[in-house]
Design a protein around this ligand. Sequence first.
Ligand code: SF4
Ligand code: SF4
Length: 109
Amino acid sequence: MIELISNSRCIKCNICVSVCPTNVFDKVPGAPPAIARQNDCQTCFMCELYCPADALYVAPQVEPLESVDEKSLIEAGLLGSYRHNIGWSGGQINQAQQDATYQLLKKIE
Ligand code: SF4
Ligand code: SF4
């Protein structure tokens, strides 16, 4: 479930507002979006995936956490970790290049 928008990281692009399929966020003029309808979150991770600033944290739990501490999340490397693990972060190696079939086909091209 969506748990946090980092005020210090958010660049107010509102991409998360646009990609959320269940309209969890509200735009706030001149400020990061508000988590307005947390209980509507489907834990789909789309907002975390698309956030260009690694400013969101979606917990894998489908119930709200009792407490969320931004500093601890940053220290644990959890902000944006889904985006990174799925391979959408910049500067990552194309995983297809490590696939044996891909390497074989490249040799016979
Ligand atoms: S995890 Fe999915 S449903 Fe939940 S706030 Fe993000 S985009 Fe919306
Ligand atoms: S996508 Fe990320 S940076 Fe953009 S408004 Fe949402 S939380 Fe902020």
